[in-house]
Design a protein around this ligand. Sequence first.
Ligand SMILES: Nc1nc2c(ncn2[C@@H]2O[C@H](COP(=O)(O)OP(=O)(O)OP(=O)(O)O)[C@@H](O)[C@H]2O)c(=O)[nH]1
Length: 222
Amino acid sequence: MVLNSTNASEFTNMTGPNALKMDVNIVMLGTDNVGKSALTVRFLTRRFIGEYGDIESIYSHNVIVDGREIAFGIWDSPYSQERLGGSVTQEKQMQWADGFVLVYSICDRASFNAVARLIQHVKATKDYAGGEKVPIVIVGNKRDLHHRRTVTSEEGRLLALTTDCQFYEVSAAENYHGVLMVFHGLVDRIREARSAVKKPAGIKGIVKSMSAVFTRKRTDSL
Ligand SMILES: Nc1nc2c(ncn2[C@@H]2O[C@H](COP(=O)(O)OP(=O)(O)OP(=O)(O)O)[C@@H](O)[C@H]2O)c(=O)[nH]1
């Protein structure tokens, strides 16, 4: 299913002459029932509808983020064990994606453990130009069910810190803003990754060390 929606009118500062369009493809990953579809639908429609079915969907959605039009492609598929095994779909997803939202439920320790494995898998599989870090956001969902929590916020934060990912705890059921932060945060990461590819790594360092040599020579000859 492909759903198209344009939601630009709710943002200010969006039609400046310098606004450039940017395509961003995002894959939602995580085990069953963690809320991948709920997060996606919340971002696209601002609504939480409760039941989402098991349909694989690629959504397209245009919004303005920081004055720039972003054309989101969001691939949301139900979890299956083949995901960790190297299926054709998974390979396609890896090639297609610019960034990943890795979701677990704070009430489901197994889903958190699966995210830790998925991070390693994505990092090992995703062939990112320039070798810079793959943009990944880890999301602990179902924050509204804190009385049933089995994964602490600290554990989520620590996982993000040790794997160089971003981290958010949200409730797709109760809070649109948190969900918005997830997708905007990922766009920032993708931007950073792309500009790292454009500017060859180390060029600043080369300029710095050359000027250091010349400065030293001048100083030596005084
Ligand atoms: N309380 C609560 N329930 C949620 C939240 N997010 C999703 N759910 C519920 O969790 C169940 C699973 O949500 P889905 O979005 O279908 O989960 P999924 O990860 O896409 O699941 P699969 O399609 O099986 O891979 C649904 O009953 C949702 O209503 C949340 O933030 N809080």
